[in-house]
Design a binder for this molecule. Structure first.
Ligand SMILES: NC(=O)c1ccc[n+]([C@@H]2O[C@H](COP(=O)([O-])OP(=O)(O)OC[C@H]3O[C@@H](n4cnc5c(N)ncnc54)[C@H](O)[C@@H]3O)[C@@H](O)[C@H]2O)c1
Length: 337
């Protein structure tokens, strides 16, 4: 089959990752690179191919585009998804869909009844370690899943300008963990969260938290605990533990090598963990694109859909409300926000 011709909108930090994936995957080719900053678009195009434009409409109106990837800043996502649906072009859109649930709901009917696939970029679903964990649970290795623990600590906080527009820790950082939780236990009915500012004055000045703990309750009473921090002295900390009626499965942190070193000052010393999300989750972006290509070709796939993006945002809103009020918050992920 011919290669899928991809138009990329947004050539920033994550746009560069998507461009590299499109150039790497045998079944896809980068046809257009669009960024309002044409220097960024040109840099990506020189490295991975594609024609350059500053205007997204050029990409939607081009006759040689089979699908688009939306990797521009969050406030642009819903408008660009709307253009994609109107133009009949399949879209993979970065998370979050938007920071405002009302805006997500306004577009919900159009998005979920669109004739073309819309996928949301929850790449961690495709991480091979987490995917294998799901397989082992599904094959009955630990009986029925009762408790899930997700530890997700960033290496260090982003720039203050980034954090100021990120929507806060729950919509920016925990949102990935909400989706990871739902990839194991889709139906969540209650959220209890606490936030604290333990180390960053600039995050405190933004009325945001640098540290958070969340407890999610599943429809069958299952418990998911999420532990977040905006920093970790020992590196990017990404672990999941699944406890069931017949046993336990864990996913630990990942180093580039499993060679260990014993010496007078340390034992069992490993290389540092993979640096940050671009390294730790690099395979997941490629596997996500491969699943999106299946969606575009009308084949069965595991992509996260629009309502998965909506559910993660609803959980983030509930966590924020719970942290601010000290109360547990009930959620109905299928109902109105
Ligand atoms: N899935 C992940 O792991 C992951 C990681 C990082 C960021 N993200 C998400 O990806 C999105 C982009 O984040 P980033 O860190 O790459 O930001 P960034 O600021 O590095 O890049 C965004 C780019 O979009 C461009 N842009 C903005 N509006 C545009 C428009 N109307 N038309 C064309 N280009 C436009 C900007 O010029 C910029 O180059 C955000 O929604 C973010 O939440 C996801």
């Amino acid at each position: 089959m011919d290669k899928l011709r991809i138009g990329l909108i947004g050539a920033g930090r994550i746009g560069r990752v998507h461009a590299e994936c499109v150039a790497t995957l045998p079944g896809t080719t980068l046809q257009w690179v669009c960024d309002r900053d044409t220097e960024s678009a040109t840099r990506v195009s020189r490295a991975q191919g594609g024609r350059v434009t500053a205007n997204p409409r050029d990409v939607f109106e081009a006759p040689d585009v089979d699908a688009i990837i939306i990797a521009s800043s969050t406030p642009t996502h819903v408008d660009l998804l709307q253009l994609a649906v109107e133009a009949g072009v399949p879209a993979l859109c970065e998370k979050p869909v938007d920071l405002d649930i009302a805006r997500v709901d306004e577009f919900r009917q159009q998005a979920t009844s669109a004739a073309v696939p819309i996928a949301i970029g929850f790449n961690r679903r495709f991480d091979p370690h987490f995917a294998y964990l799901r397989e082992r649970i599904a094959s009955g290795d630990i009986g029925s899943l009762e408790q899930l623990s997700i530890t997700s600590r960033d290496l260090k906080p982003g720039a203050t300008e980034y954090l100021a527009t990120s929507g806060g820790i729950f919509k920016d950082l925990t949102i990935h963990d909400f989706d990871t939780a739902r990839s194991f236990i889709p139906s969540i009915v209650e959220v209890f969260a606490r936030g604290a500012t333990l180390f960053s004055r600039s995050i405190a000045n933004l009325d945001d938290y640098d540290t958070a703990s969340v407890l999610l309750i599943g429809a069958a009473g299952e418990q998911v605990s999420i532990t977040n921090s905006r920093h970790a002295a020992y590196g990017f900390d990404q672990r999941v533990e699944a406890f069931g009626s017949e046993g336990l499965l864990t996913v630990g942190n990942v180093s580039d090598t499993s060679v260990r070193h014993w010496s007078a000052t340390s034992v069992e010393a490993l290389q540092p963990y993979q640096n940050f999300f671009l390294e730790r989750y690099s395979q997941s972006y490629l596997l996500q694109l491969s699943e999106f290509a299946k969606a575009v070709r009308g084949e069965p796939n595991r992509c996260a859909g629009y309502d998965d993006g909506r559910a993660a945002l609803m959980l983030a809103n509930a966590a924020d409300r719970s942290a601010r009020t000290g109360q547990a918050v009930s959620v109905d992920l299928d109902g109105m926000a």
